[in-house]
Design a protein around this ligand. Sequence first.
Ligand code: M6R
Length: 602
Amino acid sequence: MCGIVGYIGKKPALPVLLSGLKRLEYRGYDSYGFCILEKKKDVFLYKKKGKISELQEDFSNIKGQIGIAHTRWATTGAVSEQNTHPHFDCHKNIFLVHNGIIENYQELKEQLIKEGHQFTSETDTEVLAHLIEKYFDDNLEEAVRQALKEVRGTYGIAVISKKDPEKIVAAKLGSPLILGINDNEFLVASDPAAIISSTRQIITLDDNEIAVLSPDKFFILKEKPIEKIEWDIEDAQKQGFSHFMLKEIFEEPEAIKKSIVGRMILEQGLAKLGGLDEVSERLKKIEKVVIIACGTASYAGKVGEYMFEEYAKIPTKLEIASEFRYKNSILDDKTAVLAISQSGETIDTLEAIKEAKRKGCLTLGLVNTVGSSIARETDAGVYCRVGQEIAVASTKAFISQLSILALITVFLGRQRGMSLTTGKRILQELEKLPDLARKILNKSDDIKDLAKKYSEYRNFFFLARKYNFPIAQEGAIKLKEIAWKIHAEGYPGGEIKHGPIALIDENFPTVVICPSDSVYDKMKNALEEIKARKGKILAVITQGNDEIKNLADDVIYIPKTLEMLTPILTTIPLHLFAAYLGLELGLDIDKPRNLAKSVTVE
Ligand code: M6R
């Protein structure tokens, strides 16, 4: 998520904007920019790559009292000054900052270019500036209103114009936007953290609302109550959550949505992945996929292996990147190597890609951080688009990786004989997931109670089969990282009887992931084996299953979905369980001991 702040009032705008941008920097942005309307309709526009905290320049001569600013976390288009906001129209009359994704930007851009507009960036945002220019006839809010009618996607925007200079126009759909109200000054921001040092009086804009801010008044299409911010700055950055990890877990429904929005052509059962289009012909000839990743990302990769083989009918193998690099796998130009990484900087994964390239493979990336080393090193790829993860534990990025792997399954599958019906079915079920994920989070208090109940144990097994086996591993790694006083292992359900069952007794609980799927009966057997040895059982099961309720000590329900998509839902309670257990043990769940967010050493 990018950050926006705008100011209009009686004092120089720039110091207010810079202080706002600094308040947002905790999220780790890659570039920033601002635009100030000076007297006599001059404009001061500034864009820079890097961190705002490193800004040295003296801007004391910039006195304009109207301005907008932006911190970017690249999604569409690389990290560069051209792609940094504010974006502008052909004649540099209209300037705009945006948070969100314009899904239909490519078609709008093509049309605007035909109409003679000239673009200077690779971003989706720039189409908004040109669309507003197209409709501009001396009234900025009217032009914004007209332009937004053509847009599909999400936005929180703030717009200013040299030709209608006494105002900021702000509008929102799907991305957060608030107004800050003060005596003789108004602010607009994507996040209360950006304006909290200027005012605590805010109005939260609703979707499809447009606000017009002038130096002495503001106007929204309908009357809205003014609220008061009761948090301090750190709380504001965590948006009311006690920890970033919790905030990021609660963003998981949105992460699914951001990962799939604009990437599905439902009626044709097709996944539209722009980043793979350029290698689409080569992908048709690929005979084998090797997925490389580390830690949590590797568990996403394992789910991908199952998805690709079952639905795309392409031989696939997950390899731990640090092992892959040294084991001299048999690879050739008919092999696609897909690297999965949240940070895009994990050295083991990066070096494994280089090795795959040496062997002539097509290399692909599934990465969250735009412009990162892995994104640059791979031939093509898909971005997660879920915004920066701050907590060390990867949560929302993992959910996004799973969602995008389902899309890639459809992409590859439809190249290899997957039927229209199957493609459509997967996409339709995928589209329902954000709502289903929200239902799980609505029960977070129950999971918190379970975490309290189980906090006395120091060892856990996580068991599952097939698609959920990697989720057992994910549940275990999260517990190890976040509640590190506890030891946990994730096992395939069928393996426990080959050794680990010796450990089971009343002091060794097992989390059994057992949705109603093709391996349900087999998992039930494992559950009974544990029960017979007096092991405590916490089962993650599908809503409506009354059978396991009587076998397990405790249950967590997930809504019903397609088997291949169940990992996206079963993961969510396990992320919460680990976070709450860590808190129960008095640990810092955002910064677990001995761990770093990105592992750039071998
Ligand atoms: O940035 P990456 O996704 O490449 O990181 C890979 C692992 O280091 C990472 O997933 C690690 O396992 C996390 N701390 C898990 O929460």
